[in-house]
Design a protein around this ligand. Structure first.
Ligand code: SF4
Length: 421
C-alpha cells in the first residue's frame, strides 16, 4: 500500500524493479495512438491499473534498491533490462494488475536522477527507452560521452514520415531531435514500424546512414491493434500487413542492410523460422489420435500443416486483446474452454487436449485472465490435459532479415486463413 503522503511502499518499489518499470504517477504523456497501455482498462476490464508513484529525492535510496533488483533480473534471464518498457502485467493478491510504464525521459525524473540511474549501472549496460518527447540532446551527448560503456539509448522512432507521424505520434515530438539523437548515441537500439513499404525503406535508409555499421541494432516492428484501437490505427495495420513481403525485400536490398536488422513482423514468420523446433517439441508430447492441439493464431498455419494428415485437430486460440495480436501471451484458457465446448457439441470424439505453457506467463502459471491450465481440466474432467513446455527462444518474437526472406521465398510455406478479430 502507498503511504498516505503519496510516497511509495518498499513492496511496490520492489515490484516496480521486477517489472523494470520506472516511476510514473500519470498517464504516459507521449500519447502514441497505437499505445495499448492507455487502452488496458477498456480492453481488459478485469485488470486493475496500478500507478507506481513518482520517486522524489527523499525516496531515492529506495530507487537504488530497485536498480539492484534489475541486476538480479538480468542475471536470472541473461538479458539486459531496458528501463521503461514491458512487461507490465503482474498477478497480485487483488487480481491481475497492469503497471503503466513509459518513456524514461517523460517519467518525471530529473537529469540528476537519470544520471544516477546510469551511474548505478556502471559495469553493466543501462538502456533507457525514449520516444523523443522531452529528449534533451545536450544531456544525451553528455551521457554518451561520460558513460561510453554504460549508457545506451533505446530510441523508438516509429517513422520519420511527417504524414504518418501526424496520424500516430504526439506532435510535440520533434523529428529533428530524433534525427540528431541517431548521430549522437553509441550502440543505440532503434525501433521502426512497418506502415508502408516505401516509408519503411526510407526510414531504414535514414537510420543506417546516420549510424556507423557497428553502432547498435535496428528493429522493425509490426503495428498491432486491439479491439479498442482507434479506427485509423486498425486501417494502417491492415494496410501494412499487405506490404510485409515487399517491405522486407526492399530493406534487404539496401546497401547497408544486413543481419543488423531484426524484425518482429508477425508470429507466423517467427513460427515458420522455428518450425523444426516446434515439430520436435510437439512430437514428444502428442500422441496418435483424438487430440486437439491449441496454439496461438500466429503459430496455427505451421502446426496445422504438420498435423493435417494425422486426424488430430489444431485450433488457433483467441487473444484476450482481440485485434491482430497473434502471439501466445494474449491467448487464454477461457477461449480453449469455449472452443472445446463447441467441438464436443459438434460431436468430435476427443481424448486429449494439448496447450502451450507460454500462455500461462503471469507468475509462470496464470493467463491474462488470471486462470491456470487446471481450469481447462476442471471444465473437461474426462479429457487428459497436456501442457507443453515451449522454450523461450520459440516464444521470442524477433527474427533476422534473412529469416524473413526465407519465409517469403518459400512458395510452399503454410499460410493461415485471416484471423478472426
Ligand atoms: S511512449 Fe510507450 S507508453 Fe508512452 S504512449 Fe508511446 S507507446 Fe505508450
Amino acid at each position: 500500500m502507498d503511504d498516505s503522503d503519496g510516497s511509495i511502499s518498499q513492496k511496490r518499489l520492489v515490484h516496480g524493479a521486477r517489472l523494470r518499470a520506472l516511476p510514473l504517477n500519470v498517464d504516459c504523456p507521449a500519447r502514441c495512438a497505437f499505445c495499448y497501455e492507455r487502452r488496458v482498462p477498456a480492453v481488459l476490464p478485469h485488470v486493475r491499473t496500478e500507478h507506481i508513484p513518482r520517486y522524489d529525492d527523499a525516496r531515492f535510496d529506495a530507487f537504488r534498491q530497485m536498480v539492484a533488483r534489475a541486476r538480479d533480473w538480468e542475471a536470472e534471464t541473461g538479458r539486459a533490462p531496458v528501463f521503461g518498457i514491458l512487461p507490465t502485467f503482474e498477478r497480485t493478491p487483488q487480481g491481475i494488475a497492469h503497471f503503466p510504464v513509459c518513456d524514461v525521459f517523460s517519467s518525471g525524473l530529473s537529469h540528476d536522477q537519470i544520471e544516477e540511474l546510469v551511474r548505478m549501472r556502471e559495469g553493466d549496460v543501462c538502456m533507457l527507452y525514449a520516444v523523443g518527447l522531452n529528449l534533451d540532446l545536450d544531456f544525451i551527448a553528455y551521457l554518451t560521452r561520460r558513460y561510453p560503456e554504460t549508457f545506451r539509448l533505446h530510441l523508438s522512432i516509429v517513422t520519420f514520415d511527417p504524414d504518418l507521424r501526424r496520424q500516430l505520434m504526439n506532435p510535440d515530438i520533434d523529428v529533428d531531435v530524433l534525427r540528431r539523437a541517431c548521430t549522437l548515441t553509441r550502440d543505440a537500439t532503434f525501433f521502426l514500424m512497418l506502415l508502408t513499404a516505401d516509408q519503411l525503406a526510407a526510414d531504414v535508409e535514414e537510420v543506417l546512414a546516420a549510424t556507423s555499421a557497428d553502432n547498435g541494432g535496428l528493429f522493425v516492428h509490426k503495428l498491432y491493434y486491439d479491439r479498442c484501437s482507434p479506427r485509423r490505427v486498425v486501417e494502417l495495420a491492415r494496410e501494412a500487413a499487405l506490404q510485409r513481403e515487399v517491405a522486407v525485400r526492399r530493406i534487404a536490398s539496401l546497401p547497408r542492410a544486413g543481419r543488423r536488422i531484426m524484425c518482429s513482423l508477425g508470429a507466423d514468420i517467427q513460427a515458420y523460422t522455428r518450425r523444426f523446433e516446434i515439430y520436435t517439441m510437439l512430437s514428444r508430447c502428442t500422441e496418435e489420435a483424438d487430440e486437439v492441439i491449441f496454439c496461438s493464431p500466429g503459430t496455427y498455419a505451421v502446426i496445422d500443416g504438420y498435423y493435417r494428415s494425422s486426424g488430430n485437430l489444431v485450433r488457433a486460440m483467441g487473444s484476450a486483446f482481440g485485434g491482430n495480436l497473434d502471439f501466445v501471451q494474449g491467448c487464454t484458457a477461457r477461449d480453449v474452454v469455449a472452443q472445446l465446448e463447441e467441438l464436443v457439441t459438434a460431436g468430435h470424439r476427443l481424448r486429449r487436449v494439448v496447450v502451450p505453457d507460454a500462455m500461462f506467463w503471469l507468475d509462470g502459471a496464470y493467463d491474462l485472465n488470471g486462470e491456470r491450465a487446471e481450469s481447462i481440466a476442471a471444465a473437461f474432467p474426462d479429457l487428459s490435459l497436456e501442457v507443453v513446455a515451449v522454450p523461450p527462444e520459440v516464444v521470442c518474437s524477433v527474427v533476422d532479415l534473412d529469416d524473413c526472406l526465407v519465409y517469403f521465398n518459400d512458395f510452399h510455406r503454410p499460410v493461415a486463413a485471416p484471423m478472426a478479430e
